[in-house]
Design a protein around this ligand. Structure first.
Ligand code: ADP
Ligand code: AMP
Length: 216
């Protein structure tokens, strides 16, 4: 694989927002594990039904099924030039499985891991006002990134909806899960010398510019 970037950060940091723009600019496939689970759920696949039990509680879907879903996704032709991973890996075993998979299949290694840093109070406010596009997972916010027409995606005209797991109780649990299970990845990628921290509290376009500079 020519290029592999992992976007790291808590729920609501802006990974999906930035991945949509950057993957297009850089010619990479955008792989969002959360979007893949939601697609499976919409199609009522076995994986989707299993994942829903965890997603509804704000917990992580077990590593084995998550890893095999991503492995399969990374072998599709649109990843030939590389990929930007958004929401995966989320645990140390997932990161280790990703490294092993890349090495075993001769796809190279993760090149850079931008860590989009945002504090907890901002995350709750962002997720509370998030509206997601049904067709392609584009994201908006009632205040910080409102769509031109309420309830309609600017990019593809599809319906916008509020995710069940963006309810306040679930958001709190997702943030706790992030600190317990995902935050250790900051040290994991720091040790590999590929982590680069980006201030995620700036306006969306400024964060995009900082990420592009960090990925040079
Ligand atoms: P993640 O994929 O990391 O969970 P999203 O990209 O879905 O995060 O963003 C969460 C919410 O915050 C969305 O409603 C989005 O419009 C908003 N948002 C994203 N980046 C910013 C930013 N830099 N400033 C303010 N709001 C933002
Ligand atoms: P996201 O769209 O990234 O906010 O993810 C939504 C939900 O999907 C999470 O709260 C988890 O339940 C599940 N999920 C997404 N990515 C992963 C992952 N890498 N490992 C385990 N569960 C995940």
């Amino acid at each position: 694989m020519a290029e592999l970037i992992v976007l790291l950060g808590p729920p609501g940091a802006g990974k999906g927002t930035q991945a949509k723009v950057l993957s297009e600019t850089l010619g990479l496939a955008h792989i969002s594990s959360g979007d893949l689970f939601r697609e499976n759920l919409q199609k009522k696949t076995e994986l989707g039904v299993l994942a829903k039990q965890y997603m509804d509680r704000g917990e992580l879907v077990p590593d084995d099924v998550t890893i095999s879903m991503i492995r399969e996704r990374m072998q599709r032709p649109d990843c030939a030039r590389g990929a930007m991973l958004d929401g995966f890996p989320r645990t140390v075993p997932q990161a280790e499985a990703l490294d092993a998979f890349l090495a075993d299949s001769g796809l190279g290694a993760v090149r850079k891991v931008p860590y989009i840093k945002v504090g907890e109070a901002d995350l709750v406010e962002r997720l509370g006002g998030r509206w997601t596009c049904r067709a392609n997972g584009h994201v908006f916010h009632t205040v910080f990134n409102p769509p031109q027409k309420s309830g309609v995606c600017d990019q593809d005209g599809s319906e916008l909806f509020q995710r069940d797991d963006d309810k306040e109780e679930t958001v709190k649990n997702r943030i706790n899960v992030y600190f317990q299970q995902t935050a250790p990845l900051i040290a994991y990628y720091q040790r590999m010398n590929i982590l680069v921290e980006v201030d995620g509290t700036k306006p969306i376009a400024d964060v995009t510019a900082d990420l592009l500079a960090a990925l040079k």
